[in-house]
Design a protein around this ligand. Sequence first.
Ligand SMILES: *[C@@H]1O[C@H](CO)[C@@H](O)[C@H](O)[C@H]1NC(C)=O
Ligand SMILES: *[C@@H]1O[C@H](CO)[C@@H](O)[C@H](O)[C@H]1NC(C)=O
Ligand SMILES: *[C@@H]1O[C@H](CO)[C@@H](O)[C@H](O)[C@H]1NC(C)=O
Length: 362
Amino acid sequence: METSFVLLASLIVAIGSLATHSEARAFFVFGDSLVDNGNNNYLATTARADSPPYGIDYPTRQPTGRFSNGLNLPDILSEQLGTESPLPYLSPKLKGQNLLVGANFASAGIGILNDTGFQFLNVIRMYRQLQYFEQYQQQVSKLIGPAQTNQLVNQAVVLITVGGNDFVNNYYLVPFSSRSRQFSLPDYILFVLSEYEKLLMRLYELGARRVLVTGTGPMGCVPAELAMRSRTGSCDPELQRAAGLYNPQLNQLLSALNSDIGANVFIAVNTERMNNDFISDPRAYGFVTSKVACCGQGPFNGLGLCTPLSNLCPNRSLYAFWDPFHPSERANRFIVQQIMTGSNLYMNPMNLSSILAMDSWA
Ligand SMILES: *[C@@H]1O[C@H](CO)[C@@H](O)[C@H](O)[C@H]1NC(C)=O
Ligand SMILES: *[C@@H]1O[C@H](CO)[C@@H](O)[C@H](O)[C@H]1NC(C)=O
Ligand SMILES: *[C@@H]1O[C@H](CO)[C@@H](O)[C@H](O)[C@H]1NC(C)=O
């Protein structure tokens, strides 16, 4: 009697975990260093995070290629989705059952435009990330067949984080950059968004149906820009103007695409506002500063790269910025919290918990 009860109980537990597994949605990630989880480790590029102290707070305490002291944005989103973090597309471990979790195609240094990040040499530009997504689907088809593969892709959550580099590593990289001589800021933004529209529609053609699209952060406030462009520590007005013009227009573009398609495929994530919350009042979020990076050197620890020789703060949780450009794990957690449950000011037309509740294929 007792044995059969135990058997039954463990059977129920087993069925339960099977069910959760089959309900778990695949997760695909595209974009730049804010979401790269190791692809650049496999490339000949200077845009890399594969030496200490990167990863100092990661579960293994080792650098992984994530531009974070610990977990990055996709990792924390995966926690919320109840899945493992998808592997980098270039990882040799991405095969067999691991493919069904999803994949991360992001590559540090890239932008919407092909010429963005040219100084980083061999990185995976956006058009190439989308080609890899096609290749990925062919691999998965061999495993589970084309119909199941389409379903896996259609039901997936997709995150795309790109665009900041088109400003900081292109238009504003140097004074009189070729793009800034070619375009006024408003015209450049129209051009970047027209290119972004093509990429987003390609993602849709490739089967993506729920795509979280982040805007840029408050680019003038990151420690790197404070070090290069601000004496007093106030955010650089020109980069803030760029973010202030770009983000609302991105939002409009996404709404227009959704009306054309007739469904809420693209979800605007207001990362400018999410970052501004802790940047403008770091103490309210338990940070001692939002101006000084934890790891770096020079004013605001904002110059150069984070390396083993850099200044390093003892408690990474007290810093909004881990390195001159990238939020700390703790800051990323505040961002993910708003992605999950934020109001329409943060998530347009809806937050991720609402999406997960709506999409049910049982
Ligand atoms: C980027 O380069 C690829 C390959 O050369 C090309 O197919 C694509 O159209 C280019 N995209 C832009 C926006 O120039
Ligand atoms: C680091 O700061 C966090 C947040 O204030 C705190 O909870 C934690 O105990 C601190 N860790 C150490 C090692 O002091
Ligand atoms: C998510 O968004 C919806 C719609 O805006 C809102 O009603 C809800 O309070 C938000 N939070 C959660 C946890 O759903």
